[in-house]
Design a binder for this molecule. Structure first.
Ligand SMILES: [Zn+2]
Length: 127
């Protein structure tokens, strides 16, 4: 049993056990109900989500991941994101986010981008 226990492997909508399947990205759990898009990865830092939410999580990752390269940068970025979103650091994982939180994370990325652009602009004026 994973540290999430059996409960976490249930579809949040249908409350039935999701079926594991091996993919090249790792084990993925899918709801067996026809038309249900709930799925989650066998990783500790993700929760089950429908297709729309998973798409938004991908968007959020794309927006956020450009700001870090090292583990240290990643840690600092997520601390900043945690502050920005007003959620505890242990819940600041895109894998836990719903659509609303993903949008907020994307807004954070835009805000950070703007900050970087402003800095660059100032640099140009000075030189
Ligand atoms: Zn389902």
């Amino acid at each position: 049993m994973s540290k999430w226990g059996n409960r976490a492997n249930k579809c949040p909508m249908h409350k039935i056990k999701m079926k594991p399947s091996k993919t090249r990205y790792g084990v993925r759990f899918d709801c067996p109900v026809d038309g249900c898009t709930m799925a989650r990865w066998d990783r500790s830092k993700t929760s089950a989500a429908d297709l729309e939410t998973r798409k938004m999580r991908q968007e959020a990752h794309k927006a956020i991941d450009v700001f870090w390269r090292t583990a240290r940068e990643r840690k600092r970025l997520y601390e900043e994101l945690s502050d920005f979103m007003g959620i505890p650091i242990e819940w600041t994982h895109i894998g836990f986010f719903d659509i609303k939180k993903c949008k907020k994370a994307i807004a954070f990325a835009k805000w950070k981008n703007q900050k970087i652009l402003n800095k660059q602009g100032q640099g140009t004026i000075k030189s």
